[in-house]
Design a protein around this ligand. Structure first.
Ligand SMILES: Nc1ncnc2c1ncn2[C@@H]1O[C@H](COP(=O)(O)OP(=O)(O)OP(=O)(O)O)[C@@H](O)[C@H]1O
Length: 233
């Protein structure tokens, strides 16, 4: 589904990714863990063609996408939910969802607003509220729901549990499990090991733009020194 191999990327003169490799299989949920500034967002932005990549490859369903324009990457079925919730504050919840609507895509689940409202009951209750009237957690949910309106087969979620109330974090975990049940592949970036463990099949740990760990959560639990060294636990 997604194969990143030896990816290097920079902002201006600063080298941020030093050869990152990661794979995500069909219908897998994989966590990209790391502390603040480790390079998680930059990895996701690289997949989306939003930062300058200097080397390596990014293949999606076997096709090289590194260097392609962002809209082409979206059209290939990759949805991206950035950390900063980019909802339209002056549009209602329903209108925000309509903005994300794209044609159905073969091999990917097709979403309707009604289906999304079942998945996000909070948004259903607030469907006629303006985006700016929602809480931070609800805005995060709305960003995810709007991305799903594009019928992606792969979704990149940048720190979905960041800065939201615990009760919403629990709902977020349910949403990610439901996306997997629907057949999607999901890459989440996380600092929260507990949340990542709850929703993901396996994990990578990145530090200073370099991959330090790849494996199961059970192995991470058996070797706590890895988490202590590379994560804020
Ligand atoms: N637009 C930018 N210009 C220059 N440097 C940047 C830019 N964005 C990020 N960086 C730097 O790149 C490095 C990696 O940042 P990145 O956002 O990928 O980290 P992260 O693991 O996602 O952490 P965070 O939780 O802070 O988002 C950091 O050192 C950061 O300061």
């Amino acid at each position: 589904m997604l194969e990143i191999d030896g990816l290097t990327a920079r902002y201006g003169r600063a080298q941020i990714l030093n050869g990152v490799s990661l794979t995500l299989g069909d219908n897998e949920v994989v966590a990209l863990l790391g502390r603040n500034g480790a390079g998680k967002s930059t990895t996701m932005k690289s997949v989306m063609g939003l930062v300058r990549q200097t080397g390596g490859s990014i293949r999606h369903d076997g096709q090289e996408i590194r260097g392609r324009a962002s809209h082409t990457i979206c059209r290939a079925g990759i949805g991206y939910v950035p950390e900063d919730r980019r909802i339209f504050g002056e549009l209602t919840v329903e209108e925000n969802l309509e903005v994300g609507r794209r044609p159905a895509r073969e091999g990917a689940p097709q979403w309707t607003t009604e289906h999304l409202f079942q998945l996000f009951p909070n948004l259903a209750e607030r469907r006629r509220n303006l985006g700016k009237q929602l809480s931070g957690g609800e805005q995060q949910m709305l960003t995810i729901a709007r991305t799903l309106m594009g019928n992606p087969s792969l979704v990149l979620l940048d720190e979905p549990s960041e800065g939201i109330a615990p009760v919403i974090v629990e709902q977020m975990a349910n949403v990610i499990s439901e996306l997997k049940r629907e057949g999607l592949s999901v890459l989440i970036s996380e600092q929260n090991l507990h949340f990542a463990r709850e929703v993901s099949d396996r994990a990578y740990i990145i530090e200073k733009g370099t991959m330090r760990y790849e494996g199961k959560f059970s192995d991470l639990d058996a070797n706590p020194e890895i988490s202590t060294k590379y994560l804020a636990v």
